[in-house]
Write a protein that binds this ligand. Sequence first.
Ligand code: FAD
Ligand code: DLZ
Length: 502
Amino acid sequence: MLGDQLSPDMSSLEGMDKATSLVVMAEVHTEASYVGHHKKKIAYIFSAMRHHAKALEDMGWHIAYTRYDDAHNTGDLVGEVKRLAADYQPEHIVLTEPGEWRLLQAFKELAEDLSCDLEIRPDTRFVCSHTEFRSWAKGRKQLRMEYFYREMRRKTGLLMAGSEPEGGQWNFDQENRKPASDSLFMPQPFKVSPDTITREVLDLVEARFADNFGDLQPFWYAVTREDALKALDHFIEEALPLFGDYQDAMLTDEPFLYHSLLAQYLNSGLLSPLEICRKAEHAYHEGHAPLNCVEGFIRQIIGWREYIRGIYWLKMPGYVDENALDANRNLPWFYWTAETDLHCLSQAIGQTKHHAYAHHIQRLMITGNFAMLVGVEPKQIHEWYLAVYADAYEWVELPNTLGMSQFADGGLLASKPYAASGNYIKKMSNYCDSCRYSVNKKTGPNACPFNSLYWHFLQRNAAKLQQNPRLAQVYRTWARMAPEKQKDYLQTAEAFLATLQD
Ligand code: FAD
Ligand code: DLZ
């Protein structure tokens, strides 16, 4: 049972006899170091694993749990299975398929080596199976989330009035995406005090991962299913009624706004997608939360999350190497320190360091947008996102980064690059008020760098992007610009790019 398989109803346990089976779980060096994970992410996974092992034991399962510092720990998941298989001589080993391609390959190779049978079962915690996604995608010229999402609504019956969508529309986004005002009441996240198990893990992480990115303290995540359910109830009660309205907003020193903070619980298995969506749907039927918010929230989970997973398994293993825009700059060093005078970046990266969390628009339109505009190599920014967020596993992080935020798949996932100048940031946040750069200035040393980088990006990639119908208007604007103005933009961007340190 892997570190993100912490659900009570894993397919690997189905039909197994508690009396004769052994559940194997292992904290291992290779998983804790394939990228330099945030300290909080490691602490979260290890503590949730230890709590889950205890919960399974309380349910009557026999557990072989390898702790990170155990003398016999081989340091690797495959190594642990081999070691225990040699000790226990099982007739049969059962695994729910890993969420990451590299681990699935490793276990398939292990199966060749073992003297007993290794059965890999589908992960039934998702709404859409691999086969179903493949058959939906087959033969379509373009894959678009919106149509997939409608299928998932029909399949689950969520927010359906018979065969029609509740409220007569599938999507209420035109009512969402308002900028937030800092006078709004902000709900605080659900926080749990570390218990003895978590405190032991925090000591371990402090000792063994001292040089990893991020602040370990304060640590307040839920690490049990019971507490994750409380976090879900807290979100529904406090934040869901305004989730949609302020989904895309950003405010200085407000890292969470009306977001759920549930992705890490969902991705590691403490919560299931359908239980979350059913509770949100119930809040709508009870009159507690409006349709635009509940529909928007449910779409993120049965729409985006499932769609992203489908793309990952459809396109791996080649997907990770895609680089459609031939971007090759090293990741700027400030992504690890938050020390930059661009206030929006320092806010998004600073809270990432502190909480291992940033919400979607910060990931997409601040750190992702900037990396794409300056031309960071997709693999480097992919490894950064995989390392720094508590909810990051490759199956969900990679398509979001490579496809949605960097356009490195050439438009498979997004119909146009999510490139934006400072204007977007000004509209959706109050970051620009506290920035040393002026968002209203277009060129020169005091102008918001996003303004000139935007045009530099479009000009640099014109051969690849100007045929895109969704970019026709911006390329016409560029073509109509006076040559002196174009030169100013490009020179301002070049001067800024020359200051970036990796
Ligand atoms: P909320 O805003 O409250 O949304 C509710 C839920 O919807 C989330 O918990 C999540 O499960 C789901 N969701 C929303 N958007 C997406 C999406 N695009 N893809 C998948 N699920 C989604 N999400 C991850 O779970 N893990 C990642 O490693 C990850 N990496 C990302 C990298 C980039 C560059 C971008 C642009 C997005 C990434 N996302 C990732 C998607 C999204 O940003 C996070 O799911 C969200 O910010 C998590 O915070 P939350 O739980 O408060 O989400
Ligand atoms: C991310 C992670 C970490 C940090 N540590 C472990 C671990 O020690 N043991 C484990 O079983 N899983 C861990 N994981 C999760 C895996 O790296 C991997 O991302 C998922 O299992 C993929 O489905």
